[in-house]
Design a protein around this ligand. Sequence first.
Ligand code: BTN
Length: 257
Amino acid sequence: MHLSQQFFKVNILNKHKILDKLPNNRVELHLFENIDSTNEECKRINQKKDFHVVIAEKQTMGKGRLGKSWSSPSSGNVYMSIYSKELTNNTPLSLIVGLICVSTINSMIKKNSIGLKWPNDMLFAKKKIGGILVEKEIKGKTINNIVGIGINLNHPKKEDWWGDLQKFKMHLKRDELINKIIHSYIQFCDNGISNWQEQWHAHCVHLNHEIKIKQNNKIINEGIFLGINDDGSLNLKMDNNKKTKYEYGEISIEGIY
Ligand code: BTN
């Protein structure tokens, strides 16, 4: 382990900086030192405002996509979930939130270094630095969205394919990063987002590249990634030149990191 990782000093999350210029009649912040999962905490909230934001320094049972766990030590990363009502538009929320996060980070580091891997992995230098887990909660006639965001700013026990953003000293600006993401998320919920597919393609690290499609731990197809449709599904050109599409439910892409 590198020394700077071992003795990394975490700046504790600051409520005032996180809420800076956010409408306090619409946003409720729930900050935790330690929690099972910020997504799970959303399910225990008594909803009073448009947006409840749950953030923790550490998660003991962090959840990832496809039933995986999300390693969540208290080393200054972002573990947050935004709880709000279902949107009336039909945009693929998890892809858009991935786009919001990547655009926010890139604007803060003043480089376009962070890219997207379908459907919503955040990548830096071919390593995964973040991901999104969107869950739907159905309560009678009401549907709520739980948007879980994990971004690694400093991860002490990285797997081979994990990365973090400590190179950019983003740990010093964690509150600002969270604040900007919440801001953009509210903006998107209120006003939608134009050209989102174009923007998503511009950030995608494997557009027109050879990819493998994985389902239940098995490679089920391969070909060229041609981009996404307005429902977030991907288009694949196979060896026989035929095209097919995959929805993002149970599918992932193999071989990018
Ligand atoms: C993925 O597998 O790529 C999605 C990871 C999502 C992790 C975040 S951390 C905050 C929120 N709470 C959770 O338990 N998971 C999400």
